[in-house]
Design a protein around this ligand. Sequence first.
Ligand code: FES
Ligand code: FES
Length: 149
Amino acid sequence: MKVNGIWYEREVEPRQLLVHFLRDELGLTGTKIGCDTSTCGACTVLLNGKSVKSCTVLTVQADGAEITTIEGLDAKELKESFKENFALQCGYCTPGMIVQAHYFLKEHPHPSEEEIREGIHGNICRCTGYQNIIKAIKQVAGGEGHVHG
Ligand code: FES
Ligand code: FES
C-alpha cells in the first residue's frame, strides 16, 4: 500500500488491524488508539481519500490502497487554526479530529455550525468540550467564528 506517498510491501497477519500496521510497522504514531472499538475516532486516517477509523480496517483490506495519516496530511491551515483557537488540551484526539475535519471540509466547503458538529460527531474529545474545535474548523471554512455553546 501507499502511505503518505511512499509504497510499502509487507507480509502481515490476516487479523492485523490497519492502525497497528501504521503505528507498529511504519512508526506512524500520530494515529492514536483510543478505544479499538470504532467509537472514538482517534485512529482516523484517509483511505483512498475517504475518512475511515483505522481500528475497523484490516491491513489486508487496505492492500493496494492509498493511505494518508496525520503525518502526511496537507492541512497546514487546520493545524494552525487548532493551535490558534486552543482547540486541544491533551491532544490525544487531535490527529484524528484534524484528519476528519479535513475530509469533512473537502466534502462541505461552506458548512454551518450544525453541519460541522454533525461532521465530527464520530470523533470524541474528552477535554475541550468541542467549542474551540468547532471554532477552529469554522475559521478555516471561512465562517464568522461565533460559536454557540
Ligand atoms: S481507536 Fe479507532 S475509533 Fe477509537
Ligand atoms: S484534547 Fe484531549 S481528548 Fe481531545
